[in-house]
Structures are given as C-alpha cells and as structure tokens.
Design a protein around this ligand. Sequence first.
Ligand SMILES: Cc1cc2nc3c(=O)[nH]c(=O)nc-3n(C[C@H](O)[C@H](O)[C@H](O)COP(=O)(O)OP(=O)(O)OC[C@H]3O[C@@H](n4cnc5c(N)ncnc54)[C@H](O)[C@@H]3O)c2cc1C
Length: 134
Amino acid sequence: MAEPKTCQCGFTQTSLRTVGGPNIETYDIAIVGAGPAGLSAALYSARYCRRTLVLHDGTARASRIPLTHNAPGFDAGIAGTDLLEPMTRHAQKFGAQLVKARVLKLTAPESQFLLEDEKGAIWSARAVILATAL
Ligand SMILES: Cc1cc2nc3c(=O)[nH]c(=O)nc-3n(C[C@H](O)[C@H](O)[C@H](O)COP(=O)(O)OP(=O)(O)OC[C@H]3O[C@@H](n4cnc5c(N)ncnc54)[C@H](O)[C@@H]3O)c2cc1C
C-alpha cells in the first residue's frame, strides 16, 4: 500500500486501499473519459489531493476539432489536440494517472465502485465521474 503524503495544497493525500484481493487498490475518484470534461475533473480532483484515475479509450471528440474559437483563454482559436495535450499534462502534474482502457462495466458491489475494461482488467474507486460525452 502506498504511504500517505502531504501534497502542495496542504492536505494529506489518502492512501490507496486494497480491497477485494491483493491486486485491486481503491482510488478516491475514477474518471471515465479524457476529453475536456474528464481532464477538467481530473485536474480539480488531483489538485485537491484525491487519488485520481482517468480511464479513456482515446476517442475524444475534442481531438477531432480542427480549430475551436470558444475555448476559454485561446482567443486566436486552438486545435482540439493542442488543447488536450496541456490539459493532460496539467492533470498529470498534480498526480492524476491516465490509463488507456475501454470501460465496459461499472458495478457497485459494496462501498466502492468497480470498473472493468474489455480485457477484464478491474479498477476500484470510492467515486466515479462519467465524462464520456455522448
Ligand atoms: C469536428 C468537430 C468540431 C467541433 N468543434 C467544436 C467547437 O468549435 N467548439 C466546441 O465547443 N465544441 C466543438 N465540438 C464538440 C466538442 O468536441 C465536444 O463538445 C467536446 O469534445 C465534449 O467534451 P467531452 O470531454 O464531454 O467529450 P469528448 O471530448 O468526446 O471525450 C470523451 C472521452 O470519453 C472517453 N470514453 C468514451 N467512452 C468510453 C469508454 N467506454 N471507456 C473509456 N473511455 C471512454 C473517450 O476516449 C474520451 O476520452 C466539435 C466536435 C467535432 C467532432
């Protein structure tokens, strides 16, 4: 189990807890989706020292935007990929972990959620944010 640590905002980061077997550790928050919505949620969650996992299958609609003119802070317009890249880095800077995986199943058997991907890999989290767009 990882040791708790105090992060930049002064809170003590909660430990990953092992549940349901030796290899499944529980994150504070799992976010499904790494488009603008999921990455924004990940930034806030990780910045406030929540152990944050982002699962995504690499199909963000945002990556198909040639040039958007309504992204705050980019008055000259910005391509979707150019927006996602720093948003990803920013969330990772505060500790969010990104994993490429297609989530197919979400259950809540006890006090935590279990997320399962198409290969049968399983992650556990106390809270889940679905940011999968459509
Ligand atoms: C060509 C084009 C141009 C556009 N232009 C603009 C524009 O100028 N301005 C504007 O505001 N909007 C524009 N949009 C719309 C914009 O792309 C979306 O509103 C925006 O991307 C939504 O953000 P999101 O984070 O909710 O979803 P998305 O960007 O779609 O991200 C969804 C995320 O969920 C993940 N995901 C989905 N299902 C699963 C699963 N089962 N398991 C794991 N991961 C999953 C995907 O991998 C992705 O990471 C445009 C869209 C397109 C296609």
